[in-house]
Design a protein around this ligand. Structure first.
Ligand SMILES: Nc1ncnc2c1ncn2[C@@H]1O[C@H](COP(=O)(O)OP(=O)(O)OP(=O)(O)O)[C@@H](O)[C@H]1O
Length: 248
């Protein structure tokens, strides 16, 4: 991690038919960081990630990705985004799915394409199943393939929307390990979302707690827990939003 800023979001506001779903999000992610955007269902995580990834174009406020607008950064190939509902092409095998993406990102450089593919196979870690059609994959296998696809191209910024949601224990542990360990070796910054406040301690350098379209806290998980004199982030979150009466 360095002091260089990878993502800077200033006063991000998003309205749908005059309803503000993001009301003034500001955050910064440093280069090389694993940064978690954590909050309950409907808090605004996906909307924030879609704006940062250049998919959501209409919003108020400023977003800068390594000094570029999200759309510019996307065109430059700096961003790799995995949506919450990312699915492989079911008619293709796992490796063919990776090949399609490797080709696009390598932009004609055959050596680079090979390098991406090798890394993708390693991250997915699906053994011989990588050669089988993805229609037979379990949910966890599909998710691992999608994460491999997003990370194998060594993007400057990988944005993963709820990478562990709905996975069983084994797949969750594997995915958490990838997110925790890979960025350093491939020089990537990771921004991901989760509504599981208990998993992020292990995964993140820093987190932002988001609720009802607002950031309620930003910092290292341990510091936030300590600030609210809480044994974990879930408890700290409830205290931060003024709902600590529910804790016995
Ligand atoms: N296209 C849309 N039109 C209207 N409202 C929307 C639209 N997309 C999102 N919203 C609303 O914006 C709010 C934030 O949604 P968002 O998907 O960003 O939350 P989230 O934190 O990612 O939730 P989850 O954990 O359930 O995925 C919600 O109230 C949602 O209903």
């Amino acid at each position: 991690m360095t002091d260089e800023i990878a993502v800077s979001v200033t006063n991000l506001v998003k309205k749908y038919k005059n309803v503000e779903v993001l009301n003034g999000i500001s955050l910064q992610v440093y280069k090389g960081e694993v940064f978690g955007l954590i909050g309950p269902n409907g808090a605004g995580k996906t909307t924030t990630l879609r704006a940062i990834s250049g998919i959501l174009k209409k919003y108020e406020g400023d977003i800068s990705i390594f000094g570029y607008t999200p759309e510019e950064a996307k065109k430059l190939g700096y961003i790799s985004y995995m949506p919450e509902d990312a699915f492989p092409y079911e008619k293709l095998s796992g490796i063919e799915n990776l090949e399609v993406f490797a080709q696009i990102y390598a932009r004609g450089d055959k050596e680079l394409e090979k390098e991406f593919l090798e890394l993708g196979v390693k991250i997915a870690d699906l053994g011989n199943k990588i050669y089988e059609q993805t229609s037979i994959y379990s949910r966890g296998m599909k998710r691992r393939l999608m994460i491999a696809r997003a990370l194998m191209v060594k993007p400057r910024l990988a944005i993963l929307d709820e990478p562990t949601t709905g996975l069983d224990v084994e797949s969750t542990v594997r995915v958490r390990r990838i997110i925790r360990e890979l960025p350093r070796s491939i020089n990537t910054t990771i921004l991901f979302s989760s509504h599981n406040m208990l998993e992020v301690d292990f995964m993140c350098d820093r987190i932002a707690l988001i609720n009802k379209g607002k950031i309620v806290e930003i910092g290292m998980p341990k510091q936030i827990a300590e600030k609210y004199n809480s044994k974990n982030l879930e408890e700290a979150f409830l205290k931060a939003i003024g709902n600590d009466k529910s804790i016995s």
